[in-house]
Design a binder for this molecule. Sequence first.
Ligand code: E4P
Length: 223
Amino acid sequence: MRIFLDTADIDEIREVARWGILSGVTTNPTLMSKTSGKSHEAVIEEIASIVDGPISAETVSLEADGMLEEGRRFAKWHPNVVVKVPSTPAGWEAVSRFKKEGIRCNVTLCFSANQALFAALAGAYIISPFVGRLDDISEDGMQVVRDTVEIYRQHKLETLVLAASIRHPLHIIDAAKAGADIATVPFKVLEAAAKHPLTDKGLDLFLKDWQKFQASLKEAVPA
Ligand code: E4P
């Protein structure tokens, strides 16, 4: 399973890119609203200059024609741009039209396996089931990921399953076990998943013991 960052924050992207585990980035209007002073185009181009992988840029039109107009513009910014459209009939229409133009789509705001099936039939490159937002309303968000993976395998559909709306480190493990191709993870969750108290404790002990060893060498009287 590949890891994408779910952010438009350039510092976060630079940091995780250094870890050597980052394969792409997803953005959305909410994440873009947290950036300041730069245009949508400038932010996406800067991300693309850091990460060599799919960068999702989201449309805001509700009609297919508007999504097409926005997405064609986004696709000119960088070859790695993937156009995000919603899980609606207009979104699937846009996906099928984008496909004929060779523009890849990430179908977002997916909350059911039926929506995931329709996105794949329309020709989506990526489907994004939202795990956390379903958990928030007492539904099992990861079950949509499991069902989607099963349906795509059963029917040999090539759309990539991207587990989105990831809220905690266990979601990453569960998405990987469910067979998701990608998990898009907020920086804070990735940071929490990267840490383990026993790693920090072990490092501390090794460093102290190494210092003791060095000190003992200095104190040793030559024979
Ligand atoms: C990803 O593409 C989505 O925009 C994102 O994961 C949504 O996450 P949220 O539910 O935490 O806003």
